[in-house]
Write a protein that binds this ligand. Structure first.
Ligand SMILES: [Zn+2]
Length: 199
């Protein structure tokens, strides 16, 4: 059933859908959203990614599995973690479905970035997180990657929901507003892109 919907959106290319599942572990209820987000990142086709649920400090996060860097076969692994804890400011399950695909696309853009980095460089990326302005530059850059991949409208849905419709605290909303692209900024990028395509 889930696959059928995706096959439709993949122009009946069954192999394209099954290729997206290589080396992936999904959380059943979000599998379709994950596959739809993965369609925007063909480079991640063979990359090991486990999607799982856990209580973390944010709605969704992607990170390298550090132990995988010490495997003898040196197969990097990443995890994308959904947070649905009741005390989470914005549980993943509360987001509209298009928004869920949008922020999954943001996390996959992180993995795309991690893939270009050595273990040492990943540690440095981690160090950026010490400074709020570095986080801002990094996260907004990651948002732009997701927008350029074609996920702009979906990311807009996610951020609009978080800022305008969710019951998150003002403190959390201000953090989101400062750190990530604001919905109107995403629209501006989309409009510029459309004008570029027209000419
Ligand atoms: Zn991020």
């Amino acid at each position: 059933m889930l696959s059928l919907v995706l096959i439709d959106s993949c122009n009946n290319d069954i192999s394209a859908v099954s290729k997206l599942e290589i080396n992936k572990i999904f959380v059943g209820k979000y599998k379709i959203q994950c596959l739809k987000a993965l369609m925007f990142y063909p480079e991640l086709k063979n990359v090991n990614i486990e999607f799982r649920e856990a209580e973390i400090g944010t709605t969704l996060a992607a990170r390298p599995v550090i132990t995988s860097f010490f495997n003898t076969d040196y197969e990097r692994k990443y995890e994308v973690i959904f947070n649905n804890a009741t005390h989470c400011e914005v549980p993943f399950s509360d987001l509209p479905e298009e928004g869920q695909i949008g922020i999954l696309g943001h996390e996959l853009a992180h993995i795309l970035d991690y893939e270009t980095k050595s273990f040492g460089q990943l540690l440095v990326t981690g160090c950026f997180y010490i400074n709020a302005h570095s986080i801002r530059n990094y996260e907004r850059g990651i948002d732009l990657v997701a927008v350029e991949r074609g996920l702009g409208e979906k990311l807009y849905d996610a951020y609009y929901y978080i800022l305008e419709e969710s019951e998150a605290s003002l403190r959390y909303k201000n953090f989101k507003k400062f750190t990530y692209l604001e919905p109107h900024e995403i629209m501006e990028v989309l409009q510029k892109t459309r004008i570029r395509i027209k000419f």
